[in-house]
Ligand binder design. Structure first.
Ligand code: SER
Length: 320
């Protein structure tokens, strides 16, 4: 029987991945953990939940032993804009947390999923159709921890044969748990603002292109890569994936097909803009498609439609 531990399980990706994994493997087989209990009672009470600081080897090892964990999704990390507020703390959480999980996976023979990001790229990276293997040299502290993390995961695989696997996620658009402190967060906030206020003040300039993926595709990718037969892998960690690339002006235009009076204005946040300018405009994700069958179901049009009707429906029911 599969036994899965998720760290950062109450975050944007964790909360939806947790629901998908519970549905797939049963509620008791998926152990959620986070540094605090958060506000989502359904998630915390729907199955095993542990308060764990991923930097504590003792806490992690105790949980792995108690629940006989064989697979870990290590999602706890600080996102890019938030990380710039306190680089030392971000290094501590993102790197020392990862090292604890790698050691725990090594000593307890667990498979380990670690998300990387478009943030692992930098200004010298080719911006258009960014290849899988290319120059990275990120300039944000978040990106530095992500690219170092990719290398560490490769190291643990080659040196200790730990079954590490990972994806470089683009911005993830979703409507259950809001992201916190990311550069791509605008692409989520804009939908809530459009539905509820008809107006959004965007922190990035209108022509800033970034890659994105809709949550159902992101969750499916995380499940599928861990279930894939690794004999077809040429890469292991940090597979580029993408589903769409757009800028705020484009997204606003798509939203106007449903909310014609929607207005977007700009108040640039220099921290987020600098980070976004250092990231690719659009990735090439051939390796993921060939090596483990990645594909996306949601395009920009389909995602926009689904986000708007879901948020409208929740607003009507008062469950936002
Ligand atoms: N969504 C993340 C961020 O903006 C990037 O992986 O920080």
């Amino acid at each position: 029987m599969k036994r899965i531990l998720i760290t950062g399980a109450l975050g944007q990706l964790g909360s939806e991945l947790a629901l998908a994994l519970r549905q797939r493997y049963g509620n008791d087989s998926v152990i959620l953990s986070d540094i605090r209990e958060g506000i989502n009672r359904d998630l915390v009470e729907g199955g095993p939940f542990e308060l764990i600081d991923c930097r504590s080897y003792e806490q992690v090892a105790r949980c792995i032993t108690n629940y006989r964990i064989d697979t870990i999704y290590h999602l706890a990390a600080l996102l890019s804009a938030k990380a710039e507020e306190d680089p030392m703390y971000s290094w501590d959480v993102n790197m020392n947390g990862l090292l604890v999980m790698l050691e725990a996976a090594r000593l307890h023979r667990c498979a380990l999923f670690v998300p990387s990001s478009i943030g692992s790229f930098g200004p010298e990276t080719p911006k258009q159709y960014t290849p899988q293997d290319t120059i990275q040299r990120p300039t944000s502290i978040y990106g530095i921890t992500k690219s170092a993390g990719e290398l560490l995961c490769d190291y643990y695989h080659h040196r200790y044969d730990v079954d590490t696997r990972g994806i470089r996620f683009p911005g993830i658009i979703s409507n259950l748990t809001p992201p916190g402190g990311g550069t791509t967060d605008y692409a989520v906030e804009i939908f809530y603002a459009a539905v509820n206020q008809g107006h959004y003040v965007c922190p990035l300039s209108g022509d800033t292109f970034l890659d994105m993926v809709y949550m159902p595709d992101a969750v499916r990718a995380a499940v599928e890569i861990m279930e894939a037969d690794p004999s077809t892998f040429r890469h292991r960690n940090a597979f580029n994936i993408t589903a769409m690339s757009f800028c705020p002006e484009d997204l606003a235009a798509y939203i106007r097909t449903y909310i014609p009076d929607f207005e977007i204005t700009y108040h640039i946040d220099p921290v987020r803009q600098r980070i976004a300018d250092s990231w690719p405009n659009c990735l090439e994700d051939y390796a993921a498609r060939v090596e483990w069958g990645w594909h996306h179901d949601y395009s920009l049009e389909e995602m926009t439609y689904d986000m708007i009707i879901t948020i409208q429906e929740r607003t009507r029911r008062g469950t936002l």
